[in-house]
Ligand binder design. Sequence first.
Ligand code: NIG
Length: 381
Amino acid sequence: MTYAIDHIGLLVTNDVESGDGPLGVRRDVALVIDGGRVAAIEPAGVHADDGVDAGGRCVMPGFVDSHTHLVFAGDRSDEFVARMAGAPYRAGGITTTVDATRAASDDELTRLLDVRVAESRRNGITTTEIKSGYGLTVDHEARLLRVAGAATTETTFLGAHVVPAEYAGRPDDYVELVRTSMLDAVAGSCRWVDAFCEVGAFDADQCRAILTAASGRGLGTRLHANQLGHGPGVQLAVELGCASADHCTYLTDADIEALAGSSTVATFLPATDFSTRQPYPDARRVIDAGATVALATNCNPGSSYTSSMSFCIALAVRDMHMTIEEAVLAATVGGAAALRRPDLGRLSVGSRADAILLDAPSYTHLVYRPGMPLIARVWQA
Ligand code: NIG
């Protein structure tokens, strides 16, 4: 049974072979879908079993959000208010969410997650990576990954988010727990393992121990790197062959060189820098050096409580000096690269039919009309 999105004024394929410019755009076409995949791109006015008329508006690939922390309970708006009055963001705030999350039942966590995933879908996100990291015991981390696994295949174990209160003063004992029993308990229910490499969280040796253990079990790795200051995170991510180094807010020339010479994707999370009043990453230098970049929302209660990828794109263009095309690519194929999912982020024949219809004639309106609800319709496969 075929389904057509017909009379598309501007179709972003992200496939330079099948269209014009860096986004491979096509004009006045129909996107024909069969079995959840793009079957054809035809001139407008096709016959299909079912479908919708785009009315000359823009259709583009769904956003691939490669970094979120969506399984949590509780509220930390007071921290945000304090930051807006001048207080700095501190990794230690994570423990507030750990307490609330441990106290919540599975049903409550599932209900909260479902609401957040639905919110992401309405914002055009068709693939969502979800991390654990607010449980920090063997049982709680396993539970958060079970809850996350009902919503996505892109699940990430983040036992090394912060040292929990019960291990205060014994960080190496906690790292040992994470890389042995905790990893044993969660290995079957996560695709990725992540760690927070930062002052106040885990140092390079601790992160290396955990991510090496993860690779030894065949799990993919990623790293929170250089979020709050300069540090070893980015170069460690490259050394370990991580799929992505996330945040990349503080980068030296050597960090940029390392990223450019690697397959590690530099994932920028500009809504975090907005919400923590930090500088934005120097995306221009990273892109000009030749590194692959992604944009993600980092939706979490502490540093970035938004699942608006459109907002991230607007920040990336306005404040990180990315072109609109670079930002759109980073939020789609960039996120797919960060998740090592070449089947996502494109609308060319054979790709998964994850698409969004904009209430606008062009993707440029995502930046030109910031804050407006431009996502008119979302299709997943
Ligand atoms: O990516 N940096 C570590 N983790 C999250 C923040 C989590 C929190 O503050 O609750 C981040 O920004």
